[in-house]
Design a protein around this ligand. Sequence first.
Ligand SMILES: C[S@@+](CC[C@H](N)C(=O)[O-])C[C@H]1O[C@@H](n2cnc3c(N)ncnc32)[C@H](O)[C@@H]1O
Length: 318
Amino acid sequence: MLPSVLQPSATDHVPVLADEVRQLLAIEPGETVVDATFGAGGHAALLAADLRGEGRLIAIDRDPTARAYFDRFRKQTGIQGRFLRGDFSIVLEQLADNGARADAILFDLGVSSMQIDRPERGFSYTADAPLDMRMDPSADVTAAGIVNEAAERDLATIFKRYGEERYARQIAKAIVRRRKERPFERTADLVETIKAAIPAPARFGDGHPAKRVFQALRIAVNDELGSLEAALPAALSMLRPGGRLAVISFHSLEDRAVKRFMRELERGCDCPPDFPICACGAEPILRATPRRAIRPSAAEVARNPRSQSARLRVAVKL
Ligand SMILES: C[S@@+](CC[C@H](N)C(=O)[O-])C[C@H]1O[C@@H](n2cnc3c(N)ncnc32)[C@H](O)[C@@H]1O
């Protein structure tokens, strides 16, 4: 029997804010579209439909299992395009350096349902599996590596910053105590240590007690914020004038980075506020449309609870 990844199903991943992305990216036939986080190709299928058989779609994903989804997508849509495996910050920079240009670029950040739902990837706190969490299985850093080697203070910072975990210090301390006896290898070991480190009443409120630490570790293992911050300027340099950039984020730190990036390029002028007239001459480069982040409707959240924390920002290159 083929491994499950070679049998992708249409129900694998439900694309978030799909109508809004489609409406705001407003793809026209003949354009070049980059899906920088291809996953199972849910968004790509909608954008490809708007190309109506004319144009190209470049798919990027650092997870090699996405290639099987891309092959299926290409067979089903007949679209011209290619799949590039790698970190989007590196791939976009290479594409831009090689003179490739795009009319629309989409980032749908974070993990896919397929990554979470495959226990062997180690993203889930509900199934016992190796403590891995790498989106790119050839990358050096694993969750076990961080949990077993990072200093207690660094672990606490990761849990607090990326997971907004209230008991970050207590959990870091418990991890360091436990790893002196035996290194962490499995997700279940970590879940057990987290549960034991937090006060009993906190184990029952606000979702699974390991949810925030697992999210934080995933962000750290995959350097998700670092990749995003490097990728945004690369995406901008690939966009043609009039090109659209859409970013769906699931974490306030990601959304803040996107917002800051867009606002700085919208402003143009970099002069100190007390300068009477502009001396730098810098022009605005982007225009956010709309200015505020778009959130999923209550109906979408009810249909797809994973959309709850999603924020979409779109900007046009001037
Ligand atoms: C939320 S999923 C995308 C789902 C996709 N939009 C769909 O509708 O099927 C995010 C995907 O982006 C990939 N990804 C996350 N960070 C990445 C990065 N820095 N470089 C390349 N791919 C990345 C993940 O491996 C995952 O497959």
